[in-house]
Ligand binder design. Sequence first.
Ligand SMILES: O=C(O)CCC(=O)C(=O)O
Length: 207
Amino acid sequence: MEIAPGAEHLPRYLSIAQQRAIVDRCRALVDGAVPAYTPTVRGGGRMHVRMLCLGQHWNGRMYRYEPTRSDFDDLPAPPLPDDFKSLASAIARAAGTALDPDLCILNYYDADGRMGLHQDKDESARSLAAGLPVVSVSLGDTARFLFGGLKRRDRIEERLLESGDAFVFGGPARLRYHGVSRIIPGTAPRELALAGRFNLTFRRYDI
Ligand SMILES: O=C(O)CCC(=O)C(=O)O
């Protein structure tokens, strides 16, 4: 489903069995040896998600990527698993584009989770100029996803991202503002036994 040039929503892309398998992996990752944490961003505000970066770490105080979590505990970002990479590439292909990701930001939203309107623009200038897409996978509770334009004040469309949905934005849509206004508690498929929502966004830092 094309939302805008370069932006595709793929509702229910993942089967329940696939969702369960990924949710189990996400649970193990966020409570693993390098656990998810709540980032503090430039200006001192705390984000409303628990975050774990795979492949490269996004430093929320500096708005830049780095191999280790110098804004938190200096631990190295865990590697991006090969099957996660393949999943993101398959989704990009299904959306009519291509991505060979080298990093993923995994966020967990509880019932109060949200994310302000922002652009994903900390990847390399080459990656952004090429319009390499961001591939997003949603699991668990439904999110009210905000999708705006290239300027913060542009009209914002609200769209529900449900469990198993994929959303891809690249090319002319790569720098569109987006965010999550709220999570709708209790909407995750029963089979996942998950309160809250995982979201994975796959990106390519450099070409
Ligand atoms: O949770 C979502 O659907 C969006 C996540 C997001 O905007 C991000 O990680 O940059």
